[in-house]
Design a protein around this ligand. Structure first.
Ligand code: ADP
Ligand code: MG
Length: 352
C-alpha cells in the first residue's frame, strides 16, 4: 500500500514531458529494439539538468519504462538516473516509446576495457588522480576489485528488488561521472519476478556472449506466465527454486574474466573462450588445466593476477562462473567474499 501512495505522490509532483520538450543530438547507439540519442531539454539546453540520453523503443519500451520506474523507487543508485518515459502516439510509424535518463558520462565499461590503459584509466576516473603506487599486478588487481565491488553492489540492489537484468555486459555498465561509480543501464531484457513482468524470458533478447548456459532463466517445468497476483504470491518460492539472479552472476563472472585476461576482451577472444569452456563442460578449473601449460605470457599474467593473495580472486571467479546456477554465489555472498576484504591474505588465513 505504501508503495502505491508513494508512487502516486511522486508522480503528482514530477514534471511530465512530451516529445517536443526535447532536442535530439548525436546518436549513441542503435540496437534491434531501439535507437539511443544524446539530447537536451528544449528549455534548458545548456544546464546540467538538461543533459540527457533518450531511447526511442518499440513495444519492449513499455517493459523498460516499467523497470526504470521500479528501480528509481527501490534502488535508484544502482542504475542510470531515470527521468521519464512516455508513449508517443502522434507518430505515423505507430506507437513509439521514449525513455529519458540523465547523461551519466561518456564511457561504458566496454569502452574503458578496450583501452590500452585499462585498468589505470578507471583508477583515474574513480579517484580523480593517479596513485603513487608502482604500476603492476597488485595495483591492477585492486582496481579490478573496485570495479567488481561496484558492479556486484548494483546487482545486489537489483536482485533484492526482485529484478533480474539478463543482459549484464560491459556495454551495459556506464561510468557515472557524477557519482564516480559504475551503474547498470539497459533494462530492456530485465524481468521482475515479484509481479511477473516479462516473466517469460525472450530468448532472442539474450546476448549469447555473456549468457549463462541455462539460457532460459526459469526451468522449463515452471508454469507459463502467471497473472500478476499469482506471481506475487508464488515468486519468492520460484526465486528460491530457480535462482534466476544467478544468471546475472554468471555474466558478471565473465566480465571479471575479461578484466583479468586482455585476450578475452575482444569479441573473438570471448567467443573462443566460450567454446573452450563448453568443451570443458563449463568447468573453469578444467579449462585452466587445458590452457595454462601451453599459454603465452599474456594469459599467464592473468592467472598470476587471479592467484594473488592466496588465489582468492581465482576462488571468487570460479564461484561465479559455474554450470549449475545454484552453485554460483549470489551478489550478496560475492560481496562478502574475502576477495573484497582489503587485507586479502589476512582474510584467507582467518578462513582457514
Ligand atoms: P541498447 O538497447 O541500444 O543497447 P542502451 O540502453 O544500452 O541501449 O544504450 C546504448 C548506449 O547509450 C550505451 O551503451 C551507452 O553508451 C549510452 N547510454 C545509455 N544510457 C546512458 C546514460 N544514462 N548516460 C550516458 N550514456 C548512456
Ligand atoms: Mg545496451
Amino acid at each position: 500500500f505504501d508503495m502505491f501512495v508513494l508512487a502516486f505522490v511522486e508522480r503528482l509532483f514530477r514534471p511530465t514531458y512530451k516529445k517536443d520538450d526535447f532536442v535530439l543530438g548525436k546518436k549513441l547507439g542503435e540496437g534491434a529494439f531501439g535507437v539511443v540519442y544524446r539530447g537536451t531539454l528544449a528549455n534548458k539546453p545548456s544546464s546540467k539538468e538538461g543533459d540527457l540520453v533518450l531511447k526511442k523503443a518499440s513495444e519492449y519500451g513499455a517493459v523498460e519504462i516499467w523497470m526504470n520506474e521500479r528501480v528509481r523507487r527501490a534502488c535508484a543508485n544502482s542504475c542510470a538516473d531515470f527521468v521519464y518515459g512516455f508513449l508517443e502516439t502522434s507518430s505515423k510509424k505507430g506507437a513509439e516509446y521514449w525513455i529519458v535518463w540523465r547523461f551519466e558520462g561518456d564511457a561504458t565499461l566496454a569502452d574503458l576495457v578496450q583501452s590500452r590503459e585499462f585498468p589505470y584509466n578507471v583508477e583515474t576516473l574513480i579517484l580523480g588522480k593517479i596513485q603513487d603506487l608502482p604500476k603492476g599486478l597488485e595495483r591492477e588487481n585492486r582496481i579490478i576489485q573496485t570495479i567488481m565491488r561496484q558492479l556486484l553492489f548494483a546487482l545486489d540492489s537489483l536482485h533484492s528488488t526482485g529484478i533480474v537484468h539478463r543482459d549484464i555486459k560491459p556495454q551495459n555498465i556506464i561510468f557515472s561521472e557524477g557519482s564516480r561509480t559504475f551503474k547498470i543501464i539497459d533494462l530492456g531484457a530485465a524481468a521482475d519476478l515479484r509481479v511477473g513482468i516479462n516473466y517469460i524470458p525472450k530468448e532472442f533478447l539474450l546476448d549469447p556472449r555473456y549468457a549463462a548456459p541455462e539460457q532460459y532463466i526459469m526451468s522449463t517445468q515452471t508454469p507459463s506466465a502467471p497473472s500478476a497476483p499469482v506471481a506475487t504470491a508464488l515468486s519468492p518460492v520460484l526465486w528460491q527454486l530457480n535462482l534466476p539472479d544467478r544468471f546475472d552472476i554468471y555474466s558478471a563472472g565473465l566480465i571479471f574474466l575479461q578484466m583479468a585476461f586482455p585476450s578475452l576482451r575482444t569479441d573473438n577472444g570471448l567467443i573462443q573462450f566460450n567454446r573452450q569452456l563448453k568443451r570443458c563442460d563449463y568447468d573453469l578449473v578444467a579449462w585452466r588445466k587445458s590452457v595454462e601449460p601451453r599459454c603465452g605470457a599474456e594469459l599467464r599474467r592473468g592467472f598470476e593476477l587471479l592467484d594473488l593473495d592466496g588465489g582468492i580472486g581465482w576462488e571468487l571467479l570460479t564461484s561465479m562462473v559455474r554450470y549449475k546456477a545454484r552453485q554460483r554465489l549470489s551478489a550478496k555472498a560475492a560481496l562478502a567474499h574475502p576477495f573484497f576484504v582489503r587485507e586479502g591474505l589476512l582474510a584467507l588465513s582467518f578462513m582457514q
